[in-house]
Write a protein that binds this ligand. Structure first.
Ligand code: HEM
Length: 180
């Protein structure tokens, strides 16, 4: 009789040396694999005040030419103590030839983004291709996300946002460190 609750036979890998071997198209993003943790700050002209946050970001793969991406943020006070859960999102980064990237990212705020861009050198730069909004979602028109490996184990993230009638401008910057 077959096992009613078998373990998944194809677990995700979080490190380039871990099985399964990464697909060749993932070469430009191998430095991102794993879990990242760090702090950031944010702003937007419609908000009363700037904010500080902490974030955990994970990139993994199952041997095929896409990354699974997941990010969870929470707001923190001046001493870094958690205040409340904030943005979270997950999705898929589909790697194409020449480092081109097609990313599909969804958020619990009712926003689904398709972003396109490029991974090369130490940077991934993604800009909106299309945004789909749930009926009650806030109006998001476009984003730009830049991830840069500034040193081994150090990742910076900058996020620009065009939303709620505002032009594309800075919303978030963070400095993340590889966990473990
Ligand atoms: C680390 C990730 C993020 C953090 C910590 C963050 C934090 C915040 C905070 C604190 C606010 C003010 C409202 C509130 O208190 O919830 C806000 C507003 C907003 N954020 Fe973000 N955000 C993040 C990512 C994003 C992303 C990825 C998008 C869109 C793709 C986005 C779009 C918006 C929009 C549209 C607003 C509403 C602005 C308004 O109504 O005036 N945010 N964000």
């Amino acid at each position: 009789m077959s096992d009613p609750a078998p373990q998944h036979p194809y677990p995700d890998a979080h490190h380039p040396d871990e099985a399964p071997a990464p697909h060749a198209l993932l070469t430009p993003v191998l430095g991102l694999l794993g879990t990242w943790h760090g702090r950031g700050s944010g702003e937007y002209p419609t908000l009363d005040a700037d904010f500080a946050y902490a974030q955990e970001v994970t990139f993994s793969h199952d041997g095929r030419p896409f990354l699974h991406y997941e990010a969870r943020a929470w707001l923190v006070d001046a001493d870094g103590r958690p205040l409340r859960p904030s943005a979270r999102e997950s999705g898929w980064w589909r790697l194409q030839a020449d480092g081109r990237v097609e990313a599909l990212i969804t958020q619990p705020t009712g926003v689904a983004e398709i972003a396109v861009g490029h991974a090369g050198g130490d940077t991934v730069d993604l800009s909106t291709h299309e945004v789909a909004l749930a009926p009650t979602a806030k109006k998001v028109d476009a984003t730009r996300r830049r991830y840069t490996l500034t040193a081994p184990g150090t990742l910076t993230f900058v996020h620009d946002l065009a939303a709620v009638g505002q032009p594309l401008q800075h919303h978030l910057s963070a400095l993340l460190h590889r966990k473990g």
